[in-house]
Ligand binder design. Structure first.
Ligand code: MN
Ligand code: MN
Length: 465
């Protein structure tokens, strides 16, 4: 793959495509072996453009991820350039069809160019225009739509908690409504009427009121109906079960599930996917204010069952319980909740993968396949029934207790209590993967990752096929 990084406006950039990397040209002279991700740069004599050559590895071995990461390498190597043109080499054969290559390159380029620099006074991201030269512009548009959904989720997650309380999150989501996408924000009395006792209990400790956002996407043709539920704790202090200073630092990211759902819905609309979608986002700020829910308080859910709040920092499962009950009617063909539910999931999977919990084999296969195609590492963990014993309460039907080890499994079992048994349901725990506290890697920046968007879009794309 070749890329031209230019310092001038797009139409002023010289396009030396005809001098591409052929055997015997500069690329080989400079030690270019073609290894995947390798980049060599040759400044043009005019001083305005730089020709980058990006390796794709052995012919025939490249996957979509290879092309995505080649685009990432080009964007990273573009430095201070304002424009970047990507030209896909005419690879012969290989397992990745040309449209998929174009899509992966576009997706990787947009994901790599992402910056969250709203609060920086220094110079912004210099790169303002990326062009992909291809015979498949529709595939480029697809890749851009998916990547923009990821970037939308990243922006929401990166936004400081004080800047994005539940009502502001809801306002931003409502701004996406139009055409086949509608949005309702339930707040105040409406939450009581809907039986959102858990959401109200968790939100009580904050000066910022909780709300529940309901999104519907109803295209004219719908292959099936999918309901998505996203945990939206806009900031999690732990409530009265206050977190440590260190444990609280990245807690603006505790709405990473809701953000991933919003990003996926937005991409599904942009792609016109023929799938009916309902998204439920319980949004609250978990704070230790004077009205905060106390350990020992009991919440009565809409189904009449009760939960003793033993750990105010296990608020996610409590707000999700309400949303999962609401998701029962109308019954969807598939129900997927996405949540930064437990930090402990990282003990099993590290910090670059998320966990899948489901008892439905078909949905498990669909989600694992979608995640694999999307390039998001997703691993299935078991819903071990024996772990349910840690959710016992001496005064209520269950407790939101936390027992290590096994906390991620116990949290998933807690959620299962609220799902209609006949509904195919899956739970994605992003507690490990929504926020990258380390250096950037591949297409993942530091900070918000947007994890989950690409898997959900890929799943919905398959569902509509
Ligand atoms: Mn918490
Ligand atoms: Mn939380």
């Amino acid at each position: 793959m070749t890329a031209v990084a230019g310092a001038g406006p797009a139409d002023a950039v010289a396009l030396p495509w005809h001098r591409g990397p052929r055997p015997g040209t500069f690329a080989l002279r400079r030690g270019f072996t073609g290894r995947a991700g390798q980049v060599v740069a040759e400044p043009d004599p005019d001083g305005r453009t730089v020709l980058l050559t990006v390796g794709l590895g052995p012919a025939g071995a490249a996957t979509a991820a290879t092309f995505r990461r080649a685009a990432v390498a080009a964007v990273r190597a573009a430095g201070p350039a304002r424009t970047l043109r990507l030209d896909l080499a005419e690879a012969e054969g290989g397992p990745v069809p040309a449209p998929a290559r174009a899509r992966a390159v576009a997706e990787g380029a947009v994901l790599a160019a992402y910056r969250y620099d709203r609060h920086r006074s220094g110079p912004a991201q210099p790169l303002t225009e990326i062009t992909v030269r291809t015979a498949h512009p529709e595939a480029v548009a697809e890749g851009v739509a998916v990547a923009e959904g990821v970037c939308l989720a990243r922006d929401l997650v990166n936004s400081p908690g004080g800047e994005l309380p539940p009502t502001e999150f809801a306002r931003r989501v409502a701004g996406l409504a139009g055409g086949p996408l509608s949005c309702t924000v339930h707040e105040g009395e409406a939450l009581i009427a809907l039986g959102m006792a858990g959401l109200l209990a968790v939100g009580r400790g904050s000066a910022e009121p909780p709300c529940l956002v309901e999104i519907r996407y109803a295209p004219p043709v719908r292959a099936r109906e999918v309901t998505l539920v996203g945990k939206g704790i806009t900031f999690d202090s732990g409530g009265l079960s206050l977190k440590s200073q260190q444990g609280m630092c990245a807690m603006k990211s505790d709405m990473g599930g809701a953000a991933a759902v919003v990003g996926a819905v937005s991409a599904a609309v942009a792609l016109g996917l023929p799938v009916g979608l309902r998204a439920l986002l319980p949004l609250a700020e978990n704070m230790p204010g004077p009205a905060a829910v106390r350990p020992g308080d009991v919440v009565r859910h809409a189904d009449g069952t009760t939960t003793e709040i033993l750990n105010a920092d296990n608020e996610g499962r409590v707000v999700l319980a309400d949303a999962l009950l609401l998701a029962r009617d109308p019954a969807p063909d598939a129900l997927i909740d996405v949540a930064t539910l437990t930090a402990s999931v990282a003990h099993a999977l590290g910090t670059r993968a998320a966990a899948l919990f489901t008892g439905d084999e078909a949905l498990a296969a669909e989600l694992l396949g979608a995640a694999s195609r999307a390039g998001e590492p997703l691993w299935r963990l078991p819903l071990l029934g024996s772990e349910r014993r840690h959710l016992g309460s001496s005064v209520a039907d269950r407790a939101n207790a936390s027992h290590r080890p096994g906390d991620a499994i116990q949290a998933a079992l807690f959620l299962r209590d609220f799902v209609a048994p006949e509904t195919p349901w899956a739970h994605l725990d992003l507690g490990s993967a929504a926020f990258n506290e380390e250096s950037p890697h591949d297409e993942t920046p530091h900070g918000a990752t947007g994890f989950g968007v690409r898997t959900l879009v890929e799943l919905l794309r398959g569902a509509g096929a």
